[in-house]
Ligand binder design. Structure first.
Ligand code: ARG
Length: 466
């Protein structure tokens, strides 16, 4: 047991209590950011002459060396903060004991989690960007790949694969935007909040914030040590990313099934069965779908941890770490793997197209045809409904019927109906903004070319602002 406190204690900490209280098992992953924050704090202590400059320099040098060393014996310490301080004192002697001047573990851990989460958000934006690039390339490739669009999982109207994938582009674009918003809001430095009430030392908080790439400092020290809103926001954003992935995963699973046969997943991203030799299962997509539950759980756990906590710091907040780390790891891994899986999928255009002409996906267009010939839409809807029923009985498509037979349902049908309800027309003529028609899609694809560049530029700007 190596601890930072003990002066006011007469008895020894119970072993089980020590183990229950310790966070080193999971907060050791904050080691780098803890050292980064401590270096900034030490530089400021020296600059403000709160400790002698030579001692501040020795601390910075010691911490810089520690960064390169292995954290082998960390397990004996209560948390990452105690570990770093003890190692520093071991290395440079008494000067190391001055590092914690004007600081508390409460503002230290608040800083560490912000630094770590900030890195995570940047990493997530890079993963989302890669997904967007992948989708964008597929959209360009499949501008003319027709497929059925579904509502209620029933064939509805024909669309294109580019259009279908474009919907996921929009979702992941919003996810990337959300990450950028959260980053901007959370990028204020809590260090200098002290335990809860600031400090009487003449700290230069702005200097520390600038060294660490923050846009400013938090304005209330009690909030500074106890705010976890940014983590809740980020976990909510991650839960949304995972929800989007799980919808996509569900479609991949369906499309890969023998019933659909729209796609084939690359062997590298599928697994077999121990008993059924024929099986090639879409386990990755299923796991991504399944892991959504734990990400939602992480968000709900953190919200519940924070519920009813009085100001300011409470040890409950130590629980934020495992919840947050689990969500970070799960979504990072899911998104990275899913994007790679997507790159290796073979889309069976012929099957998709054949599926699009079946199932009366042109029924709306047939009704619209009659409307253009002067029939009120509601009447046209009824006529085509009867026609569909007739075709179901005859097991054929609307445009399989000869014109004379069509005319028995409405005299307005003419020779041009066949062209009007063909798959090509049904897709191509849908030209409202955001629709699957080629020209409409081309506009969106060009727009997204810019979207991708804007995200790249804003990521570079955010990085160089640090
Ligand atoms: N391990 C603690 C946490 O994660 C660090 C802060 C401890 N502060 C304290 N007053 N005990 O929250």
């Amino acid at each position: 047991m190596a601890q930072l406190w003990g002066g006011r204690f007469e008895g020894k900490t119970d072993d089980a209590v020590w183990a229950f209280n310790a966070s080193i098992g999971f907060d050791i992953r904050l080691l780098d950011v803890d050292i980064e924050g401590s270096i900034a704090h030490a530089k400021m202590l020296g600059k403000q002459q709160i400790i002698p400059q030579e001692e501040a320099d020795a601390i910075v040098k010691g911490l810089t060396e520690l960064r390169e060393e292995q954290a082998e014996d960390a397990g004996a310490y209560e948390d990452v903060h105690s570990f770093v301080e003890a190692k520093l004192i071991e290395k440079i002697g008494d000067a190391g004991k001055k590092l914690h001047t004007g600081r508390s573990r409460n503002d230290q851990v608040a800083l560490d989690m912000r630094l770590y989460t900030r890195e995570q958000i940047t990493g997530m934006r890079a993963l989302l960007l890669e997904m967007l690039r992948t989708l964008h390339a597929l959209m360009k490739e499949h501008l003319h790949t027709c497929m059925p669009g579904f509502t209620h999982l029933q064939k509805a109207q024909p669309v294109t694969l580019a259009h279908h994938l474009g919907a996921y582009f929009e979702m992941f674009k919003r996810d990337a935007d959300r990450c950028a918003d959260i980053y901007e809001r959370m990028n204020v430095c809590p260090l200098g909040s002290g335990a809860l009430a600031g400090t009487t030392y003449p700290l230069d908080r702005d200097y520390v914030a600038a060294l660490l790439g923050f846009d400013g400092v938090c304005d209330n020290s009690m909030d500074g040590v106890s705010d976890r809103d940014y983590l809740i926001e980020y976990l909510a954003a991650l839960a949304t990313v995972q929800m989007h992935l799980s919808r996509f995963a569900e479609e991949i699973i369906l499309w890969n099934s023998d019933e659909y046969r729209f796609i084939t997943i690359d062997d590298a991203f599928a697994t077999g069965s121990s008993i059924m030799p024929q099986k090639k299962n879409p386990d990755i997509a299923e796991l991504v779908r399944g892991k959504t539950g734990r990400v939602y759980g992480d968000l709900l756990s953190l919200l519940t941890t924070m519920k009813g906590l009085p100001l300011a710091y409470n040890k409950d907040m130590q629980e934020d770490k495992e919840q947050a780390f689990d969500a970070f790891d799960t979504v990072n891994e899911s998104l990275a793997l899913f994007t790679e899986m997507l790159k290796g999928i073979t889309f069976h255009k012929d099957v998709m197209e054949r599926s699009a002409v079946k199932g009366f996906t042109n029924a709306t267009d047939a009704a619209d045809y009659l409307v253009k010939k002067g029939v009120p839409f509601r009447d046209a809807h009824g006529i085509i409904g009867k026609l569909v029923l007739h075709c179901i009985e005859k097991n054929c498509a609307i445009d399989d019927l000869p014109l004379e037979e069509l005319k028995t349902f409405s005299p307005q049908f003419e020779e041009d109906v066949f062209e009007a309800v063909s798959l090509k027309t049904c897709v191509e003529k849908r030209l409202t903004q955001g629709a699957p028609g080629t020209e409409a899609m081309e506009k969106v694809i060009a727009l997204h070319e810019r979207t991708l560049r804007e995200i790249e530029i804003s990521m570079i700007a955010q990085q160089s602002g640090r």
